[in-house]
Design a protein around this ligand. Structure first.
Ligand code: HEM
Length: 458
């Protein structure tokens, strides 16, 4: 099967790349001259690992121009989002709460995930083929799942709607396919505020946060990041299966083959890591090579796709079998981040629940897609779901595929233009708002203790 853009898209393949290139240029410009991206032509995967794991690679928000952008996209409450908190007592309090909320037996977590995914699948017709966007299809299920993690009770439809609208708004703005809708986000804030005030969250929330900050913490970490990451990861693995029928067939034929399922997930996250770039702000000097030292205050961007492409044969190919003889410990593979530097707290939970979701889908449907598979899937993964047991109608399927391919090609162009325009509008707006810069001016104690960017004597 093809891996590049389809024939109808051949003339426009450059547009999505132009969007990505513009984003990279904007990020570089916003960062200024103190930014370094690893690995690069001179510094390979060993330098990437050493710098990422270095104790001085610890600053998260203060001192990086990029933070104004991320805080804009993540509002409300980016200052208490776990990912963006500087190290210190508040961070420890928040991280411990997240660990508690994510704890649970593997069997129970997988069962909850299977149940919430089954519910969205049961809403699809069984007597005909459905055309869906995989990310949109699964997001309400992960909204329910995350609600259950936090509230320990079944998710009411109103909460599912609010969480889905919020998570979708954040991820669409981040990908520049839509502007932000602060009112949608505020509706979830109001709902959570009421529920927390009523004492409906059974686990203790971080005591170092004010009541409103506790609301923002749950909203940002559980009802944005967790929902978005699980939805994007599910969309990636299902799209990869749709694009690689032999892998899909093998997995569907042996749904209990845990090992092969793990290989499929590993290969999906190697090729399509959810983080394109994770960044840190250095809090002290870090030697880069014999001639260069990164001074404190440098923004170091760690490129996951570039690191995941090192040390593999045909790194651009989707090949789950490459994992058969490899131990994950000895390869360049960090889908959940660097163990020594704030890795993902959901590294255990995520593969478990993704596996359960994939099994539910493959048990009911065969997947077919002609959509291009890129790391950022701004198209939200269009896919045909063919109910198992439906009598084969090859001509009908071929006609549908042609129609969908033509539609996707047109959409790729219009979306590309949209991303360029909306991205520019949001970058300018974020730079005017200076959310992170202003926050650290007003709360100097919130800075990482040793973070002291150039020109800052405070
Ligand atoms: C397949 C799903 C997921 C993937 C691939 C993933 C990946 C990652 C990666 C690579 C990082 C580290 C980024 C860095 O070094 O800056 C990270 C951090 C984080 N992730 Fe995930 N994630 C996933 C799901 C989740 C879920 C379900 C949650 C639920 C709360 C979550 C919450 C977080 C948080 C709070 C951090 C920041 C950690 C810290 O700074 O202490 N992630 N994730």
């Amino acid at each position: 099967m093809r891996s590049g853009p389809g024939p109808a898209a051949a003339d426009t393949w450059w547009l999505p790349r132009a969007v990505v290139a513009l984003r990279v240029r904007i990020f570089e410009k916003v960062n200024g001259d103190r930014a370094v991206t690893l690995p690069d032509a001179r510094h390979g995967p060993e330098v990437f690992e050493r710098v990422y794991a270095h104790p001085a690679a610890g600053g998260r928000s203060a001192g990086a121009g990029l933070s104004d952008l991320f805080w804009y996209w993540l509002a409300p409450g980016p200052e208490v989002h776990q990912e963006h908190l500087e190290p210190g007592a508040r961070y420890e309090d928040v991280a411990a709460t997240t660990r508690r909320l994510l704890a649970g037996s593997s069997t129970a977590l997988a069962a909850t995930a299977g149940r919430t995914i089954a519910r969205v699948l049961e809403e699809l017709p069984r007597d005909r083929i459905s055309l869906v966007r995989l990310r949109d299809l699964v997001m309400p299920a992960w909204a329910e799942f995350c609600y259950e993690l936090v509230f320990k009770e079944p998710c009411p439809p109103r909460a599912r709607e609010l969480i889905t609208a919020h998570a979708d708004d954040v991820v669409s703005a981040l990908k520049c396919t839509s502007l932000r809708h602060p009112r949608r986000r505020a509706a979830l804030t109001a709902y959570l505020r009421e529920r927390i005030a009523a004492g409906d969250v059974p686990d203790p929330l971080p005591s170092s946060l004010t009541p409103l900050e506790q609301v923002h913490y749950l909203q940002g970490t559980f009802f944005n990041t967790a929902v978005v990451q699980l939805s994007e990861a599910t969309a990636h693995v299902l799209l990869a299966l749709a694009r690689h029928p032999h892998v899909q067939h093998r997995l569907a034929a042996a749904p209990d083959d845990e090992r092969y399922l793990a290989h499929v997930l590993d290969e999906t996250m190697r090729l399509y890591p959810l983080f394109g770039i994770a960044h840190r702000i250095t809090t002290d000097a870090i030697p880069l090579d014999e001639d260069t030292t990164l001074p404190a205050g440098t923004v170091v961007c760690f490129s996951y796709p570039a690191y995941h492409a090192t040390g593999y044969d045909r790194p651009g190919a989707f090949d789950p079998d490459r994992w058969t003889d490899r131990s994950r410990k000895h390869v360049h593979h960090i889908p959940f981040g660097m163990a020594a530097n704030r890795p993902c707290p959901a590294w255990r939970l995520s593969p478990l629940v993704l596996g359960a979701a994939v099994r539910e889908v493959l048990g009911r449907f065969r997947l077919d897609s002609t959509a291009s598979h890129t790391r950022s899937i701004p198209h939200r993964a269009p896919c045909l779901l063919i109910p198992r047991g439906l009598p084969g109608r090859p001509r009908r399927l071929a006609a549908l595929r042609t129609a969908v391919r033509a539609r996707d090609a047109v959409e790729d162009v219009t979306r590309g233009v949209r991303q360029l325009v909306l991205g520019t509008v949001m970058v300018l707006h974020a730079r005017r708002q200076r959310a992170a810069t202003r926050y650290f001016e007003e709360h100097p104690a919130g800075r990482c203790p040793v973070a002291r960017p150039e020109g800052d004597n405070g």
